[in-house]
Ligand binder design. Structure first.
Ligand SMILES: [Zn+2]
Ligand SMILES: [Zn+2]
Length: 243
């Protein structure tokens, strides 16, 4: 990304420096990453993530799939293919964009993938129960996910009423909020705050933030209790959430 010279792009504070949106879910025995962004390789190096059990995809936009090739490193270490989970739309894009990983005669050293198709049904990855939530990104169906008391939703601007029932009762949500101004396919700040309040989620972190949002510290001061902008490297335990 080219720094545009705005106050966010030139800010010296680490919380104003954002890589693409992704999240890692860990239990005692299982580690999942949601989406392989163009920054996936660096995100895994930065967090010293030596093992990874599965990747789950939200949707096929390039900022959420582009880093898939770098799962090769996990193939080398584990000796196993990487389990990847995607809906039909994302699976189609992965098979197109990373065609060489799906050919019968494959070149040595390419990613080894084990594709699983996500439907409406809940599924298990190791000991983690994953509940898909269908949300809208303009006209594209995108998957959000509920993991126990934690919900992760990115790249949405609308959620149908019946899907909202899958979110209610969660302790913590990470939700996309792009900027203050309205956007055609992302919640803006006001819409994201309203949704968190409507669904009565006690703790919310906003992600997929544009530099147009403004400085992290200044925007946070304006947000209601329990709601804050997320930042790169943020970690929390869903049993003990705090903002
Ligand atoms: Zn998107
Ligand atoms: Zn995106």
């Amino acid at each position: 990304m080219i720094a545009c010279g705005c106050r966010v792009c030139t800010s010296p504070y680490s919380k104003d420096k954002r890589l693409r949106s992704s999240v890692m879910i860990e239990s005692a025995t299982t580690r999942i990453v949601v989406d392989t962004t163009p920054d996936f390789r660096y995100q895994m190096l930065r967090t010293e993530t030596k093992t990874l059990d599965a990747i789950i995809y939200t949707h096929p936009h390039k900022d959420h799939i582009a880093g898939l090739d770098d799962v090769r490193a996990y193939n080398f270490f584990s000796g196993n293919p990487m389990d990847i989970y995607a809906n039909y739309l994302t699976e189609e894009a992965l098979r197109r964009d990373f065609y060489y990983a799906f050919e019968d005669k494959r070149y040595p050293g390419i990613p080894e993938l084990n594709m699983h198709t996500i439907t409406d049904s809940d599924f298990m990855v190791g000991d983690i129960l994953v509940q898909p939530i269908s949300v809208w990104h303009l006209r594209m169906p995108v998957l959000g996910f509920r993991f126990g008391n934690f919900v992760y939703i990115t790249d949405a601007n609308r959620i149908d009423e019946n899907e909202k029932s899958k979110i209610r009762g969660a302790e913590v949500i990470v939700l996309n909020a792009l900027r203050k101004e309205k956007h055609i396919s992302h919640f803006n700040l006001e819409e994201a705050v309203a949704l968190v309040q409507e669904l009565e989620i006690p703790t919310a972190w906003f992600t997929h933030i544009s530099h147009q949002m403004g400085l992290h510290s200044e925007v946070n001061e304006t947000l209601p209790k329990g709601i804050a902008l997320a930042h790169d490297g943020l970690q929390f335990d869903v049993k003990n959430p705090s903002v």
